[in-house]
Design a protein around this ligand. Structure first.
Ligand code: SIN
Ligand code: FE2
Length: 214
């Protein structure tokens, strides 16, 4: 039988490791909804360059929404219920993000994912994110859902030691990467963003990282 379902030819999920799945274009149909939801978040909690424990400023500008937000300062990395700039609770996690995160996690094989934290990272051309593990969350049994918007990026997917070989994964506007389970503590990072102008997002990349932090 000849299949006429055009979805057959759409981008298919790619398993990159036992518990790491790239969902190409998974967020594309939701981009306007996500941007509408992010606008008030960014008004209440604008992007800022946080200090690292070593005293430098992070190259990536960031903000958060959700009941917990990831922060960095002289005292270290941690989650905080309040925005250190305003002293107010972080803006609530918009329904559009909760919904997307749950559906993406399920598509990658992680059921009933309900994030309580969304880190919003802002990259300009040239900005990179060095190799790190996400280990400030309470329960490493919970996956991570990462949504890419704007300029393309090369994501480095490493092993469990910083020195392990890394794989280069191309991430485009609307792609969602999900990792958890055995892969939850893999080192990962982002190569410097190449100069460019994205037709919808301009000269930037925005990454939404949804986690269950508490
Ligand atoms: C992160 O590891 O926090 C962000 C990864 C990304 O920007 O793709
Ligand atoms: Fe990370």
């Amino acid at each position: 039988m000849i299949q006429s379902d055009l979805d057959l030819f759409g981008p298919q999920p790619q398993r990159l490791a036992s518990h790491t799945v790239l969902l190409p274009g998974f967020a594309l149909a939701q981009v306007e909804r996500l941007l509408d939801a992010l606008r008030p978040v960014l008004r209440a909690a604008p992007f800022r360059h946080m200090r690292t424990p070593g005293g430098l400023h992070m190259a990536v500008a960031l903000t958060n929404c959700g009941s917990l937000g990831w922060v960095s300062d002289a005292k270290g990395y941690r989650y905080s219920p309040t925005d250190p700039v305003s002293g107010e609770p972080w803006p609530a996690l918009p329904e559009a993000l909760l919904d997307l995160a749950g559906r993406a996690a399920a598509a990658a094989g992680f059921d009933a994912f309900i994030p309580d934290a969304c880190l919003v990272n802002h990259y300009l051309p040239g900005t990179r994110l060095s190799l790190h593990q996400d280990r400030d969350e309470a329960d490493f049994g919970q996956p991570i859902v990462s949504v890419s918007l704007g300029l393309p990026a090369v994501f480095l997917l490493g092993g469990f030691q910083r020195s392990d070989k890394t794989r280069r994964i191309a991430l485009s506007h609307g792609d969602v990467l999900v990792w958890g389970g055995e892969d939850r503590l893999r080192f990962h990072g982002v190569l410097p963003i190449k100069p460019g102008v994205h037709p919808r997002m301009g000269e930037r990349r925005i990454n939404l990282t949804l986690r269950k932090a508490g």
